[in-house]
Every structure is written in C-alpha cells, then in structure tokens.
Ligand binder design. Sequence first.
Ligand code: GDP
Ligand code: MN
Ligand code: MN
Length: 240
Amino acid sequence: MQCFVIRGLPIIKEGDDIASLVKSLFDFQDGDVLCLASTIVAKSEGRFRELKSYHPTDRAMEVARKVGKDPRFVQAVLDESTEVLLDQPFLLVATRFGHVGVNAGIDQSNVGDGRILLLPENPAGSARRLRDNLGKDCATIITDTCGRPFRSGVAGVAIGWAGIAALRDWRGEQDLHGMRLEITLEAIVDEIAAAANLLMGEAGDGTPAVVFRGLKYPRSGEGSVFMEQDKDVIRPRLKS
Ligand code: GDP
Ligand code: MN
Ligand code: MN
C-alpha cells in the first residue's frame, strides 16, 4: 500500500469544490481510497455557526452547569444530537447520523473567527458526492479525530464512506489451524481512517487529504461501523 499526503490545499470556505481542488493537486487512479478530514468537508458545506446565534434552553443550561461549558455551545451539541449518553464529566452524544462522539464532533480548533464548526449533516451523502465527482472509481472516507472508550488518546475514525464496505467479513475463512472464523467483522474504514489521521496531523499542518493506493478492499457490503442500538450492550448501561 502506498500513502500520499495531498499538499497545497487552501483554507476551505463555504462553497469550495473539494473534489476539484484535490483533483487539481493529485492524479487519482481507479481503486484509490481518498480520506478527507471532516473539518474541510464541513467547511465546504458551510457548517460554521456563531455561538451567539444559539439561545440555550433550560435543559442546555442544566447540562452546561454539569459539564462546565458555555450554554450556547451545549445547545449546539444538543441540536446535533438524538441522545445524550453522558453529561459529565464531558458531553457524549449520539449524532443524527448514528455516530457517537464527544460534543457531537463540534470543533473549535482549525475553524477561526471565534466560530464553531458542526460535523457534516450527512457524511455518507458527502462521501458519495465527493466520490461521484472524482472522475475515477475511487472510495472516499470522511474522518474525524475521536477519543475511544477504554483507551487513552485520540485516533481517526470514519464518519462517512462511499465506494467501500465499512466492514470486511472474515466469517467462514479458516485460521492457521483450519478452524473457521465465526464472528470476525473487521472495521476497515476505521482502520484506514486511523492511518489517514496519523498522516493528517491535528494542528496547523494543513494536510486534510490523504490517499491510499494498492489497498485491496471490498467495494460494497452490508453493515456500518455505527453499532445498531439494539445490539449495543454498553449504551443502555451508560444511561442507568
Ligand atoms: P478533524 O480531525 O476532521 O477534526 O480535523 P483537524 O482539525 O484535526 O484537521 C486535520 C488536518 O486538516 C490538519 O492537518 C489541519 O491542519 C488540516 N486542516 C483543517 N482545516 C483545513 C483547511 O481549511 N485547509 C487545509 N489545507 N487544511 C486544513
Ligand atoms: Mn474534529
Ligand atoms: Mn483531527
């Protein structure tokens, strides 16, 4: 597998055509996997918000007291969420599109002008649009840097993807000793996102686009890295 960091992208503004920008800087081939930081996808989609445009409800005020955050920021998080899983010591929520993350993935870094930046409204749709506009048969993965339960440190995860299956199904294949695997579904979009995130950096690097070439991956398949609620044994316990 070869990894390419696309250099030379500008600060992204609302309305910027990211597919055209990356195509002008990189020569894509069929089978490439393009990873994009959600930050630039969100910027191009105009997901900037002014904190002062939020008018916190009583609920937001109460949560804000618990987490020690600006009530307007908490209101922004609640507006992007379908469920609050933790409201102390930080705000862990399920987003409208199924991803669970701290503060609904709303960023204040790499945004500028004292604004906040929401995640793309529908990252799967964004990934599809970007893939359709690349002009080659590529896969796209939209990444975000996230904390993980039970583990220290942040890592990249996939929040939207297109042209690639989220999970590689190993069931039915044999291990070294001829035993058939029965349950292994490998979260390949998260593994690729973590590698991409490693190359992107987190601060002022200015490298939100990474391409992997020569990676064999399933183009389509059922399933998602967002766990179905009725299969999730941790989520109900968080709320008890
Ligand atoms: P996130 O992981 O999606 O929340 O994004 P980060 O804020 O961690 O940024 C990931 C990478 O993208 C870093 O290298 C940033 O410097 C870079 N980045 C963020 N916004 C922009 C932008 O508008 N233009 C460019 N060229 N790079 C950006
Ligand atoms: Mn982020
Ligand atoms: Mn990041």
